[in-house]
Design a protein. Structure first.
Length: 663
């Protein structure tokens, strides 16, 4: 499992039911599924938009009838556009239209993923925390979360409507019925549900080609119900495999859910994703949460998340997306990078679970794993390698990995089996299940890089050890004529500590979200659509693109620099001499809060830094103040890191600084 942590992305380093023809599965061999994005529109209704879309399409496919055949989705409510099966030549011709912002292929993205909120909040009993989770709060009752994922399992207790009032009148969504999903599955908790599959079919063929699906908003994968309950699950008392009564809840347990099923077989098509944005914005959600991510960053106008989210941003809707699960692979792995989105990064859980292995000679190995009490060993047991118990007709290497149907059950009964791993994608649960099926009482899984994050419900005692401990185990096995081991569960867990010289903002962004402090931030960094326009100007967007995007005349400010977008983090992609960066903060203090903030600097090594002014005074009833940071590199090369923190003695408003010094 992974804990959600919030990254304010240092984006400056990356200059980086509709009129659908479902029978058009793949189209002609040269056709691809393209999205034509056209920005804001002033048409009076959806029918007018669709008619205009068909006219534009007919200019490249030959006729209105042909346009209707190739169209997959129409985006008509919150912005204008469509997706269609086109040849590259037709797409290129359409891109030259003055009404088009961008054309890009509809790519397929994958899903990404309870103690997370406890870790972030830290003290469930505090008064501030009660403001976040208080079950009687009418304010939270009216928050509507639009959830884009694999659907929802409405019978789950996490989605109980108990204690909720009527559905907010401003919500304009629908409860779309389908297979095993009726109007009765919507209630005061799940207030809306839709599903989208036409884009997936256009790109991949029939939905059931990869296995059975449920043609409705009902979750047929599990991920959607998981993430929906993480965001807005009601409080549920649970008994967790012998570890006592616990309470499971989401971040906003009294919020309403509008479900938009966009994923099938763990794949989510961009054409469907953008249609969900079109509906959700119009339906009146307050927040959109999406645990889906591209494999790499995309150009802002060629990314369905980015273009959908910018229209949500212009309507005051927060869009929260996954940053990706590949952070352990190095720099550049955050894939959703548009600054008008809130990016949630994948991190480790806040503790490790140890299952120590004690050898017959008294040596103890540091194993990892989470075993329920029923699976724990009592006393010592004989231990053998999986390769020593190879089933007849099976290669001994396969048995050493404890793959299904590779072990001689007569030889492993009553024993602990040592199983090696062939690659990093193997699941310890499979090995544990194979040994359990054969009557084994325990498993030791040898991994080159054991990380301590396995939270499987293992059927028998299972411990994962790393390379160094495996060497000790191997030496013991070779020295004993009757090797035995036992295991001990340490369920208290240990705090995770850095194993290197120290993390940087590339590792943790701006740090973990503190929900309590977010209720009373002191100062905020605000920006609006005009700031986004100036940012996109520096990115290279044309005046015509921007006017289509926001639906009005625009003028680019030639003095605006990309790194001056009023973002809480400060990033400069290339510094080869003195530079200045500007930020504006807005005072959000209460009546009796301090009114004077002082700057404290963590200096980037090898870079001189000064702040002007270094004191911000809001005692004259002003609410905004602008400051300048002057940088001068003198003995630095490559990336260096620092921060600026404004404090009034109560609030600490910190911004990370990352600079790439390159003369």
């Amino acid at each position: 499992m992974r804990l959600i942590s919030i990254i304010l992305v240092l984006f400056s380093f990356r200059i980086l039911s509709s009129s659908t023809n479902v029978f058009l599965v793949h189209g002609a061999p040269t056709q691809k599924h393209y999205i034509v994005f056209m920005g804001q529109h002033s048409y009076p209704d959806s029918e007018s938009v669709i008619s205009s879309n068909h006219e534009l399409l007919s200019s490249v496919v030959g006729s209105i009838n042909e346009a209707k055949k190739v169209a997959v989705h129409h985006y008509t409510k919150s912005f204008r556009g469509f997706s269609a099966m086109l040849t590259p030549e037709q797409a290129n011709k359409l891109s030259k239209s003055s009404s088009v912002v961008s054309i890009f292929e509809s790519t397929v993205h994958r899903l990404h993923t309870t103690r997370s909120w406890d870790f972030l909040v830290n003290d469930y009993g505090s008064q501030q925390t009660k403001q976040l989770f208080e079950t009687d709060s009418k304010q939270h009752d009216d928050v509507i979360i639009g959830h884009f994922d694999s659907g929802v399992w409405p019978e789950s207790k996490s989605f109980s409507p108990q204690g909720l009032g009527p559905v907010p009148k401003r919500f304009k969504g629908e409860c779309v019925t389908g297979e095993r999903f009726t109007k009765d599955n919507c209630n005061e908790k799940i207030i809306g549900a839709r599903y989208y599959y036409q884009g997936y079919v256009a790109d991949n063929g029939p939905l059931d080609a990869k296995g059975p699906v449920i043609m409705s908003p009902r979750d047929d994968y599990g991920h959607g119900s998981h993430t929906a309950s993480t965001a807005a699950g009601a409080e549920v008392n649970v008994y967790t495999q012998g570890f006592g009564n616990q309470t499971a809840r989401g971040g906003a347990p009294k919020a309403r859910l509008a479900v938009y099923k966009i994923c099938w077989h763990n794949e989510c098509d961009c054409g469907d994703i953008l249609k969900a944005f079109d509906d959700a914005i119009h339906d009146g959600v307050d927040i959109i949460t999406i645990s889906v991510c591209p494999t790499e960053p995309l150009a802002y106008f060629n990314d369905c998340f980015s273009v959908g989210a910018i229209h949500a941003f212009m309507r005051g809707i927060l869009v929260s997306l996954a940053g990706g699960n590949a952070g352990n692979k190095g720099y550049g792995t955050v894939a959703n990078i548009a600054p008008w989105m809130l990016i949630s990064a994948a991190g480790t859980i806040d503790r490790q679970f140890y299952t120590s292995v004690t050898l017959g000679n008294g040596q103890q190995l540091k194993g990892y794993g989470f075993n329920v009490p029923q699976a724990m060993l009592r006393g010592y047991h004989p231990v053998i390698y999986g390769s020593w118990a190879t089933a007849p007709g099976v290669d001994f290497m396969q048995a050493s990995h404890c793959k299904p149907n590779t072990l001689n059950y007569e030889l492993i009964r009553g024993k602990i089996v040592i199983c090696t791993t062939e690659n990093s994608n193997e699941e310890p649960l499979v090995k544990s299940s194979e040994v359990a099926q054969g009557g084994g009482v325990g498993v030791i899984v040898v991994e080159i890089d054991a990380g301590g994050q396995w939270l499987y419900n293992f059927p028998i005692s299972t411990s994962i050890i790393g390379y160094d401990d495996a060497q000790i185990l191997d030496a013991y096995m070779g020295s004993s004529s009757n090797p035995v081991v036992t295991s001990i569960q340490d369920n208290t867990g240990g705090l995770i500590r850095s194993g290197s010289g120290g993390p940087t903002p590339f590792d943790f962004g701006s740090g973990l979200l503190n929900p309590n402090q977010a209720l009373d931030p002191g100062l905020v960094y605000d920006f609006d659509t005009d700031d986004i326009v100036n940012f996109l100007c520096t990115y290279g967007a044309s005046k015509g693109q921007l006017q289509n995007l926001i639906g009005k005349q625009v003028e680019c400010n030639p003095q605006f620099a990309m790194f001056n977008l009023n973002y809480p983090s400060i990033g400069i992609g290339r510094m080869n001499g003195p530079m200045s960066v500007y930020r504006t903060v807005t005072y959000k203090g209460k009546e009796n809060d301090p009114k004077v903030y002082k700057a404290y600097i963590e200096y980037p090594p090898g870079v001189e830094l000064s702040v002007a002014p270094d004191i911000l005074d809001f005692s004259n009833n002003s609410t905004k103040a602008t400051y300048r940071i002057d940088f001068r590199p003198f003995n630095a090369w490559g990336y260096v890191y620092g921060s600026i923190t404004w404090t009034d003695g109560v609030h600490n408003v910190r911004s990370p600084i990352v600079i790439n010094v390159a003369f």
